[in-house]
Ligand binder design. Structure first.
Ligand code: AMP
Ligand code: MN
Ligand code: MN
Length: 327
């Protein structure tokens, strides 16, 4: 075992969790590590995995029924492992178990990661936490469930090998997972591209209502709580809208917001070339990567958008000055 996993051997009780509103990399990395530990540690080691509700489409991995939601009793784990989370508060309800644990490990790939655990394995150049995990695992101990979980995380965080975080290493790992029998076509179609009718309707509405600002360099769209309820949808149904906004010609930054409470918005940002959206997200208390970041903001939507736009404009104008040309 790798040195990090070596530390795990002595723990008799282990807790695992990932970030709130779990995405493919969060679910994939949590399930991959859970099954790897269950398969390779002695039978009397207790391993618990905590996550907010796992989106139905991710259950294609199989063996997802052990995921636990909030436990009311106080628990003190020998070891707690945080995955795909840049700070402990991203763990949501599971932060309490992390804070109470005797030892902690943080495995992640966010450049904004705060290195908040006793042991930190943060690889900012990795395209996904699943890619980091693959490097920690012994290949001959990866079964089909683990391989599917890792593949899920890799395809979701790289936008199916399209984002700039895709490397030769990413492709080599994906190749190995495919050779282990991962049903890659089905997984890509059913977890990444497939949409319900309502999801398509909301996507269409967001595109129709989107606005271009900053001379066409920034596109913004939003969904209110009322709209989400009207379509009987949940935030996970909004996945992919930001990616569609980003590929609008001429756009440098795409901003997508959805209302989580009165005057409270979850903000997603994606950049094409020029802007570091992580910087902006961090400024507003969030985090992420240079080209994909998010945060939660409060206030009227016009103020939220204006505040974000000021930061985007600032970066765009710095760039214009640096390049000495119209940008
Ligand atoms: P999203 O726009 O939610 O898909 O997130 C894009 C990236 O930013 C992901 O890597 C997230 O983990 C990260 N991120 C999103 N929201 C937050 C937040 N409130 N705090 C820290 N990181 C975030
Ligand atoms: Mn994630
Ligand atoms: Mn990730």
């Amino acid at each position: 075992m790798n040195h990090i996993l070596e530390e795990i051997k002595d723990a008799k009780t282990i807790g695992i969790s990932g970030h709130v509103r779990p995405d493919g990399d969060c679910v994939g990395s949590c399930l991959a590590l859970y099954h790897y530990l269950k398969g390779n540690l002695s039978g009397d080691t207790g391993v618990d995995l905590y996550l907010e509700a796992v989106p139905e489409k991710f259950k294609i991995i199989g063996n997802t029924e052990m995921v636990k939601q909030k436990n009311s009793s106080e628990i003190k784990y020998d070891l707690f492992i945080s995955l795909d989370s840049s700070s402990p508060d991203r763990l949501g309800f599971a932060q309490e178990y992390f804070d109470n644990a005797c030892r902690t490990i943080n495995i992640d790939h966010h450049i904004s990661n705060l290195n908040f655990a006793d042991t930190n394995q943060v690889e900012a150049e990795a395209g996904s936490t699943c890619e980091v995990l693959f490097g920690l695992f012994e290949e001959d101990k990866i079964d089909l469930t683990i391989a599917k979980a890792l593949y899920l995380g890799i395809i979701h965080d790289t936008g199916v090998f399209k984002h700039s975080n895709t490397s030769e290493k990413t492709m080599n790992i994906a190749g190995k997972l495919i050779s282990m029998g991962v049903p890659f076509s089905q997984m890509i179609d059913e977890t990444f591209y497939l949409m319900t009718y309502h999801q398509s309707q909301i996507l269409g509405r967001c595109l129709l209502e989107s606005i271009l600002i900053l001379g066409g360099k920034c596109i913004v769209s939003s969904v209110s709580k009322k709209t989400l309820e009207f379509y009987n949808s949940v935030p996970a149904d909004l996945d992919g809208i930001i990616d569609q906004l980003r590929i609008t010609q001429g756009v440098e930054v795409a901003v997508f917001l959805y209302e989580t409470d009165f005057h409270e918005y979850k903000v997603s940002m994606r950049a094409n070339q020029a802007v570091d959206v992580r910087k902006i997200a961090v400024h507003f208390g969030g985090g992420g990567h240079i080209k994909a970041a998010g945060c939660t903001m409060h206030g009227a939507i016009y103020d939220v958008v204006n505040n974000l736009a000021a930061h985007i404009e600032h970066q765009l104008s710095n760039l214009t000055r640096e390049q000495g040309s119209e940008y």
